[in-house]
Design a protein. Sequence first.
Length: 350
Amino acid sequence: MLDEEAVAEAPRVAGAARKTALWTGLSVPVFALVVYGFLGNFDALSPRPLAAGPDAEVTNEQVAAMVETLAKRMEGRPDDPVGWTLLANAYGAMQRFPEASRAYARAIELSPNNAELLADRADVLAMMQGRSLAGEPTRLAERALLLDPNNLKALALAGSGAFERKEFAKAVGYWSKARQLAPPGSDFAAGLDNSLTEARALAAGSATGSATVPAAASAPVAISSATAVVAAPGAASAVVSGRVSLAAALTARAAPTDTVFIFARAAEGPRMPLAIVKRQVSELPFSFTLDDSMAMSPEMRLSKFANVVVGARISKSGQATPASGDLTGQSMPLKLGGRPIELVIDSVQP
């Protein structure tokens, strides 16, 4: 949904997570999720037939319109936990994390003992905090585990939070249990193996006083409500890095608190971002690294493509969907694992 081309180009829509799909690699299209909300739970709210079936390609605008219709419908159904959950999932898939958080909060009010909802909101709040589990996301994940000690997503999040706090032994405990529950042979299971190796090494080093722990250690298990997967083995070279800056001629058009998205997409093929990071204008210029841990789908990650294009977008709304007036910059097609690039934000979205 972060397409650096014109909105009218009708880009493909990213997949939305259902329940623990984020962590198990099982997902359904956003379109199918929303249609289920209309046709399965809201008495055929949409009268238009689905000529091409629920897997047909739809545009961002069509999905956004359906989600807004669902949101208006929910104003008249304040006590429907299923509807609020569907709305939260749809907002998450659109990277509208504040709206997703509010919808999850309402669903949790109606279903306070639903561990999955608690884990989903923890995930969304972490994304709003720049992928940090500090504070409320960790509390929600731990609350979910009190209700369901085997909740895979909550275990992964709790482990990431412990790793972030440099409590490596606790991270090992959470991730070891998650590894036992993870689908055999899945990318998630492989990613957990890698994460456990690092956490165990750091835990052992901490115990002996010999570990060199980064000043800002970040959890190897990636998080994103609609977007992230764990990096797969053999993807170490699937990295693109560089430095992004804002052209002097455009500095007056950007506020320090405006959101900066850095993303990579395939040079040829689907337009869905393969990796994405989110920062603020006040941090420009800054260095960045994109890799498989920042993927938006298990099947759409950097390591699956030889050539990519890297783009940057400054958004005043904070939303990933392109809007007129956004400031943008884009690289030429490049190979993964090469030298760091210089990316300049020097254009204005029509």
